[in-house]
Design a protein around this ligand. Sequence first.
Ligand code: ADP
Length: 493
Amino acid sequence: MTEKIKRGFINLKIWRSLKVRLFAIIFLMGLVPAMIIKEGILNNYEDRAVAVRQSDVQNQLKIIANHLITYNYLQDTSSEVINAELEQLSNLYNGRVLIINGNLRVVKDTYGISEGKIIISEEVIKCIKGTAMSNYDAKNGFIEITTPIVETVSAQMATENLPEGTELTRGIMLTSVSTDIIRNTMDILDRRAFIIMIIMIFCTLVIAMVLTRILIRPFDRISKAINEIKDDHIDEPISVPDYLETEHIVDAFNSLIKRMKIVDDSRQEFVANVSHELKTPITSMKVLADSLLDQPDVPAELYREFLVDITEEIEREDKIINDLLALVKMNKTAAKLNIGVVNINSLAEIILKRLRPIARKNDIELSLVSAREVTAEVDEVKMSLILTNLVENAVKYNKENGEVTVTVDADHQFFTVEVADTGIGIPEESLVKIYERFYRVDKSHSREIGGTGLGLAITRSAILLHRGSIRAESRLGEGTRFLVKMPLIHGSM
Ligand code: ADP
């Protein structure tokens, strides 16, 4: 359950907001160092204050230890002077002093509780052996100090075994002093630091809010600009150059809009062209029908003649619709190529054979030149559509007694099909436009010979599906040469 809540919290939508993340980062960057500094300063103060107190007390204890020897206090604790000194020390540092003689017996306790008792503890034993120690017990708030009471052998006392200057530990002083003052000061400092922290939290909160708002503003501007485009169809590109990142986003968006506009324009143009092309035969049919209806006694021959014309228009309409369907299908089934291994020479031969009767009507000679035997991975139906369209055009736009030559060739990667005619040719400026939908060099001539202006658009789409290319060279009045180049193996390009 808690795991679920945790995951839910992490997945909260709000964390995906750049604004929230920036805010959190700025806020934490202000707060965390402040907290570390606060803890550091307080701990440092504690260490320093304890060290100062330890050294103060130790100095005092050393002086008293000397006095203890001078007044022979370990044997006789009645010295007023020493008792006063010990009293003063314990009052001053709010502590307790135990004087322990060489037999580990307590000879003086400023609290008066432990006198006469024997004390055996690790610190005491160590101290007797000459090692002074000082421990800070932070939890209970006191410092414990052991000080050896050392007598230095004087000249009168010196013997052979005890040369002058030898230091003898006669007893020890076990002192504990309270560190309440340090604690109190720390509490005061802690309280002040807390107030400063609250002020800092408030300040970083405000700074984080303001900074986040400023930093995030360009992104808000982008969405505002995009929304305006959505509402009003603004053609002008948007610009938010504040950051390199926003510039990249905006550039990408502008080029997308540009592409969409091109697609939209071409779609609109296509729809306009389609409507126009479909309307033309209908208008002709209406004119023909109206003129028959307007005349009261129309002879039967005229009816027949006009009906033949109307049938032609219907056939034309049918052809346009079929071509349009072929084009749409080509674009829709882009991914659906029915690839197989096809002998291109045989395919070209079959197509030429099929078109020969039409060519013969215009006294046009169709011939095939197989520079090489070519088998390639292509969609056979689409490949025959390509060849049929090109050869049909070469026949349609030819002259009487003209020739059409189809040449099939290949290298190790590509095969080429060249369709050359001795026809009317295409003007230089039209060469790039002939693949556009409904483009015809000579509209009325094309119409006369039953062209829709869609043939080359379909051809080019089919070639592009095979990742091939098509180009045309032409001389007006002399003829045209279409060159199709396609990979031998599908998907190799
Ligand atoms: P259409 O149905 O009009 O033939 P296409 O798309 O096949 O349409 O061809 C577009 C235009 O290109 C034609 O109208 C014609 O003007 C020109 N064209 C195509 N092939 C040839 C060619 N072999 N010789 C001369 N003009 C051609």
